[in-house]
Ligand binder design. Structure first.
Ligand code: HEM
Length: 453
């Protein structure tokens, strides 16, 4: 097959390395399975492109930001195959798993719904939702901040997507279903064979039930909304009214359902984990915490923060960016070479898996000095300009770049501002952060003590 027509890899001499420590038959599969973060972060030291083996198959990690960019902006060559094909069976043909012309079509239709001018309206109630959620917090009480943020995020996601149509009980039920579905999708996409999920085990039955119930809940809301024909100013209304700019085509109810479930899966745990990491970092760095508190007090005071306050929360946003650098929720993603091609001048045969890892990029000392240190100042003023282009990649790049990035950053900043204006969260002595790399990077158990400010 002829090499595909792609924008060339940036011209310079790129080094190809091999991951050390391959085990007979398995290659590096065990290392990637058992300690994925350490394994991925160790690879850039061996080259700009590093080859590793998963059983008999060869795979490549694109380590240099320019090569990662090259992979992500050439989706016809580096295609969303592999796990995304399996995810498609689970999520329907929605934005995150579609490809090619179909993806381009969906993206054009849906992109306006995420335009920054709409985000202000979607997030208008986030501060009030957060206030309500933390009303039950008591001085001295310990709580798992990951769990608390997950519950809150589901309320916020429901508000953003469906405004007021969901009652609290239904939202909580949807949250429980979403947890089961997200974990099930992860297990099913990484499982090499499609047999295990078809067996009538209790776990599979739980997954099937949660998936059916979640879709039923969302379906009911779409149905109600279609009948009322009112514009509620939320994401669901925008999706239902979205029209392709050229063809005028709209999404069917089934397509809206797939998209909404995808937004819940792609947007809730990622944002909730980011918040948990932010509060963990603030609890561990009192000086940064003081600065965040002072900034929020000056910019927002006692009222609920809104979208327009964000420009004045510069340090708070730098803390969030630094949390996303240290703990990117989307820690690894992959593409498959659709045709024989090359990466950094090295041949990549069709069918080869090409991986990019935000975790590996963000922890590379060549890109970020003292990569393990929490330094929000990296993202302020002139210093921010020193960060190499493409080195920070929490939301990916190219045509599949996260469509919810502005929404996620806005929700995160508003929630941090609302909570930090009232509470300081202290780590429980002796508790240690152990991030869990699953479908997203989760914070794991994170007990923190609430102290009123
Ligand atoms: C901190 C929170 C979030 C992070 C870190 C994050 C990260 C990412 C990343 C890295 C990708 C690209 C994956 C790849 O290249 O394979 C992605 C895609 C996507 N994200 Fe997010 N995301 C977040 C929040 C959200 C939210 C709030 C939504 C929606 C409400 C969302 C919806 C999506 C969708 C639909 C895609 C697929 C886009 C496409 O393929 O065109 N995400 N996200």
């Amino acid at each position: 097959m002829n090499p595909a027509k792609v924008s060339d890899t940036p011209a310079r001499s790129w080094s190809l390395g091999s991951a050390p420590g391959a085990v007979p038959l398995l290659g590096h599969a065990l290392a990637l399975w058992r300690r994925p973060l350490e394994f991925l972060a160790s690879l850039p030291a061996h080259g700009d492109v590093v080859e590793f083996r998963l059983g008999p198959s060869r795979a490549y990690l694109a380590c240099h930001p320019e090569l990662v960019h090259h992979v992500l902006v050439n989706p016809r060559v580096f295609d969303k195959g592999g796990v995304f094909d399996k995810a498609r069976q689970l999520l329907g043909n929605s934005l995150s798993v579609s490809r090619g012309d179909d993806h381009r079509f969906q993206r054009r239709l849906i992109q306006p719904a995420f335009h920054s001018t709409r985000i202000a309206a979607y997030t208008a109630g986030v501060g009030d939702d957060t206030r309500r959620a933390i009303r039950s917090w008591r001085a001295g009480r310990t709580q798992d901040i990951g769990e608390a943020m997950h519950a809150l995020l589901m309320q916020v996601a429901a508000r953003t997507l469906f405004s007021t149509s969901a009652d609290e009980e239904t939202v909580e039920e949807a949250r429980q279903c979403l947890r089961t579905v997200s974990q099930g999708i992860y297990r099913r996409t990484v499982a090499p064979l499609g047999i295990m999920e078809k067996l009538p085990t209790p776990g599979n039955r739980r997954y099937d039930h949660a998936n059916a119930r979640l879709r039923e809940i969302v379906d009911t809301m779409i149905d109600e909304r279609r009948r009322s024909e009112e514009d509620h100013g939320d994401l669901l209304s925008t999706l239902l009214r979205a029209e392709h700019p050229e063809t005028g085509q709209r999404l069917t109810d089934e397509e809206v359902l797939d998209q909404v479930v995808t937004f819940l899966v792609a947007g809730s745990e990622t944002t909730a984990s980011t918040l948990a990491f932010v509060f963990h970092l603030l609890g561990a760095h009192p000086e940064a915490e003081r600065r965040v508190h002072a900034e929020i007090d000056a910019a927002v005071g006692d009222r609920s923060p809104v979208f327009d306050d964000l420009p004045r929360l510069e340090f708070t946003r730098a803390v969030i960016t630094e949390a996303l650098r240290l703990y990117p929720p989307s820690w690894m993603s992959m593409r498959v070479a659709a045709v024989d091609t090359e990466l950094g001048g090295h041949p990549v045969p069709a069918g080869t898996m090409v991986v990019y890892s935000a975790h590996a990029l963000h922890h590379n000392p060549e890109l970020f000095p003292d990569p393990e240190e929490f330094v929000p100042e990296r993202w302020l003023g002139e210093r921010a300009k020193e960060v190499p282009r493409g080195a920070l990649l929490p939301f990916g790049a190219g045509s599949h770049k996260c469509i919810g990035d502005v929404l996620a950053l806005t929700e995160t900043a508003l929630i941090v501002a609302t909570i930090a204006s009232r509470w300081r969260l202290r780590p429980v002595p002796g508790s240690v952060l152990r991030p869990e790399p699953k479908a997203t990077l989760e914070a794991g158990p994170l007990p923190m003590i609430c102290e009123p400010r």
